[in-house]
Write a protein that binds this ligand. Sequence first.
Ligand code: GLC
Length: 549
Amino acid sequence: MTSSFRNKVIYQIYPKSFFDSDGDGVGDLRGAIEKVPYIASLGVDMVWFNPFFVSPGRDNGYDIANYYEVDPAMGTMADAEELIDALAQHNIGVMFDMVLNHTSTDHEWFQRALAGEREYQDCYIIRDAPQGELPTNWVSKFGGPAWAPFGDTGKYYLHLFDPTQADLNWHNPKVREEAANIVNFWREKGVKGFRFDVINLIGKEPELESAPAGVDDRVMYTDGVHVDRFLQELNRRSFGQDEDSVTVGEMSSTSIERCVAYSKPDNHELDMVFNFHHLKVDYDHGQKWSKVPADLRQLKTILNDWALGMQDGGGWNALFWNNHDQPRAIDRFGDAGELRVESATMLASVIHLLRGTPFVYQGEEIGMTDPRYTSIDDYVDVEALNAYHALVQAGHSEQRAFEIVHSKARDNSRTPMQWDASEHAGFSSATPWLKPTRQDEINVEREQSEGKILPFYKRLIELRHEMPVIAEGNYAPHALEHEQVFAYWRLLGQERLLVLANLTDKPAEVSVPEEMLGAEILVHNYEDPKPAASTTLRAYETIALYTSK
Ligand code: GLC
């Protein structure tokens, strides 16, 4: 592996919602092929595709029944190959999504395990239930206990997610070998990028223990001591053999220290990591299913701590505001109404100029917002529906339960990509599986002809390619104590980049050191930026100043 990913930008496509080529209301691989010219026009280097392998679709493809075949609803193997080629012609790589912590219970292994084959039972985490109690007190991330009855054996199998997503036993060499086989199968098709789903959950101890009273059960199975060695083995047996592979691990509830270890080149594990701490600053006391304003102070602290901590330890961050599991960042940290353009561009500048590799989630580059849904019936995600019922059961009114779900639902970002202002947003000729939102004002066509967000993203992508200070420079905070402004330096030799971003809709004064006053204004989201010793940033204004003197 080289550090070639440092000056790259990765675009994320949720195939089910990108473009529907055959008029069934669901996006597909041929749809993505048709849109390759659009993807290329963004200037991105690689595209991460969410899973499109054979799946019953209980968790939209994160419940895989066959890792070696394309789901017929998404296309064929020939389509996948054509997609890889079509992107390669524009020098764009692909990153496929490897879901290796669990399989669907429809997977042949689980079915054979259920049928009594010991060899396959050892591939999963199956335990006795002493005295009729569940093996541990762990809860599923989608609600309810993390254990489900294993057929009529009286035993239980572990599922940290939906009951149809059975956790794999990574202590079994057969599981580790198969994981490498899957990655190698796709490598042979020319895939160089891999995103590993919830990969810091694979290192569970063979002896599973309940969380002691008052302890969050997640610490009992997250970042387990075996993760490093399992990742090193996978690296050696698969992607680590490609000089130019690009890998990112999704790390659930993790720490800076662990993420340094996962992404430090000398450790031979992964190139970079996603962590989610900055996207929990609008959780009330750590509870996702709550509705409170984002704590901007905390946001700044987390961004700064991770930037510094990863730099000091020699690790590398994947940078992002949006993905298929998160509501749209504009609604959380910006203004989805009047100041949509200003807040979208400010957020983009914060992420794209930081130390790490930026990811852009489809629709972000045109400033898509959360849907204006009014009823729980508009949502389809299993997590959202479970949460809604749990909230109602806990005593919330239906209205309040809906408001809370509406603020956090994963479907908020899974609404169809809006290509034009037509009824189905140019996504499909049929009614889409999720309703589009505000496509009359927010769509690609409009953004291409008169928009400000799309050109802003393209410029940021270009700058990362062109400027080593952005790709490689050191990070240092500026005005860390400021209540409203997030500001930082990027430094490389003589080069200095100072990034200022007003995170609020109120004017904010921030100091600019004298040596930066005559500097070039590299990035700005208002027509007439006015840097001064004391600069007044307008609502969501961002300015980046650059000098090499
Ligand atoms: C990851 C995926 C998410 C999925 C979960 C279980 O967090 O991003 O969409 O539901 O893993 O596979």
